[in-house]
Design a protein around this ligand. Structure first.
Ligand code: FAD
Length: 223
């Protein structure tokens, strides 16, 4: 292993602990699978897989990626496999540990989730409160945030709206490693209730058909 590889590994371990950083070829192989013909013919493993436990850790990992000029990618449940590296040297940030439903607000009918929360998990909790969340044909194993940022279509969208239109406040780590808060989160005490303003509505940068696949950073919490 090169000196810079070991240096990056040490830096990542300092952030998340050695049990949550891997450069084991068997582990890396499982993060290189894809349906994309261009990549199937030229499979590229990430250099590291790292599992952060908080938004602060995501922020620190992105700063390390920038410092060592390493590209990075992430996903929710990584079900659609658009997260595979497109060249050598990638850090794959697996969000599995960030799997908390932070709030289900019965009165205003919204939920605040972390990236690895699935539709099945959110529905199970919402239904206890007489609520539900519409689930895409991708199924209950898809991540709520991943789907809202990626395709976000479901058979009942004529009734409930397509997922990207339902995004409210967002906590987002930019590719530079800065954490920003969109919508009402930008106002002290206003909570997660709306996505517009103050200032320009930046949610349009995050969503869209097939999304931007982490090209604009990582969403760490979303309502
Ligand atoms: C058989 C099949 C059926 C499908 N049907 C549907 C469908 O009916 N409707 C639909 O909308 N989609 C569908 N999809 C597409 C896709 O699987 C879904 O959109 C699904 O929600 C993706 O969930 P995931 O957790 O696997 O996301 P991932 O694959 O983990 O992520 C999807 C994309 O979003 C990015 N991303 C994920 N989380 C974050 C984050 N926190 N911050 C920044 N970027 C992030 C990833 O980099 C990736 O590019 C289908 C896919 C398959 C294979």
């Amino acid at each position: 292993m090169s000196e810079s590889h070991n240096e990056v590994k040490r830096a990542l371990e300092e952030i998340v602990g050695s049990e949550y950083v891997s450069d084991d070829p068997a582990v890396l192989e499982s993060y290189s699978k894809t349906f994309r013909p261009d990549i199937i013919l030229n499979i590229i493993r990430p250099e590291f897989v790292v599992l952060p436990g908080s938004a602060d850790e995501v922020e620190a990992i992105i700063k390390i990626a920038n410092r060592f000029k390493k590209p990075f990618v992430s996903g929710g449940q990584m079900y659609f496999s658009n997260f595979t590296p497109s060249k050598d040297g990638f850090i794959t940030i697996d969000m599995k540990r960030m799997n908390r439903i932070l709030e289900i607000n019965e009165k205003d009918m919204y939920a605040v989730v972390e990236p690895a929360v699935t539709f099945a998990e959110l529905n199970a909790e919402a239904q206890k409160k007489g609520l539900f969340v519409r689930t895409p044909y991708a199924g209950g194993v898809a991540s709520v945030i991943g789907n809202h940022l990626y395709l976000g279509f479901a058979g009942v969208d004529w009734r409930f709206g397509i997922a990207p239109q339902n995004i409210l406040a967002v906590e987002w780590i930019l590719p530079t490693g800065e954490k920003i808060k969109l919508g009402s989160l930008g106002l002290p005490g206003a909570g997660w209730i709306w996505g517009e303003g103050p200032g320009p509505d930046l949610r349009g940068l995050l969503r869209g058909l097939l999304g931007v696949s982490c090209g604009l950073g990582i969403v760490t919490k979303m309502a």
